[in-house]
Ligand binder design. Sequence first.
Ligand SMILES: [Zn+2]
Length: 337
Amino acid sequence: MGPRRLVTLCSALSIAAAACSQPAPTVAPETALRSHKPKEGKSSHADKASDDAKTDEAKADETPQKYSVPFAWESSKAEPLALTRAFLREAFEDNKAYMEHGPKFFSAFADAELPRATVVTCSDSRVQPQGWDETSENDDYTVRNFGNQLAGNEGSIEFGVEHLNTPLLLIIGHTGCEAVKAASGDTSKLSKPLQAQLKTLQIPRPSQGKNENQAWAEGVIANVHNQVASALKRYGKRVQSGSLTVVGAVFDFRDDLGQGPGKLIIVDVNGNGEAERMDAFMSAVNGSSGDGHALKKTAKKELQTPEEIARSLAQMPGIVTREVASAFDDSPSARPR
Ligand SMILES: [Zn+2]
């Protein structure tokens, strides 16, 4: 075993540095080191004892604010520092490539934030905005947390909805959500902050006869409905006036819902979850009969004009339309930006 292997082994087993032939490096805390400095004008034995006691207290109370900068001492690519350096190296490479968008691209949004959507989604690393928006710059005002919830992030969400005036509040849950799974089980052994984070997720018991994945997906959808309900409590007036639509969706990268891996599925619009209404909403979103069937049921012939679509949608229970064709106009002037 070479000396590098030995260091790795010692470090992995958390053996004290002294026990190794080659001491394992540590990331030294800097404020703790400073607290050992003797103070001027206090030289008596009693003062020194008192100082030592204070220093010990301070050491116990004060978390160091600063540690030395680690650099390239790892001996395997799997070590935390090696992974950190690899991630950052790639981040800087990607950033360099991103900068090639050029000054015109960045100056377009340098002075004003004009998003169309406040997006609340989970911090899960498998859930990323490019799953639903290739050009999210200045369009997605995104708030992320463990379990895509409103609780705990009310201020951030309010800024998007009430100050940036986004017409859409889009809450996106996802299949395989660890927050939903954790909240459905025993949280008593988790840390206080995690317990607090999960306490606000109210996941109902799964319906009978569901396998584990189906029950999990059901919990994910229930959580999205709960979050939409919370949003409606808070922003109901805006929804009523038509200046805000609250949409709940599930990003299904596991294909647990059987519509294809990676599909973004709308499950709630302003508190509605019925399949027929979701279908009609999708038709309205797409400005056509889209991939839904609801409109085909109500329409004898293929719908052509926005007026025809609006009229057809108006026949659906729970769907409100206006006699404004421009609602379906996708021309840039119709876009609120
Ligand atoms: Zn999640």
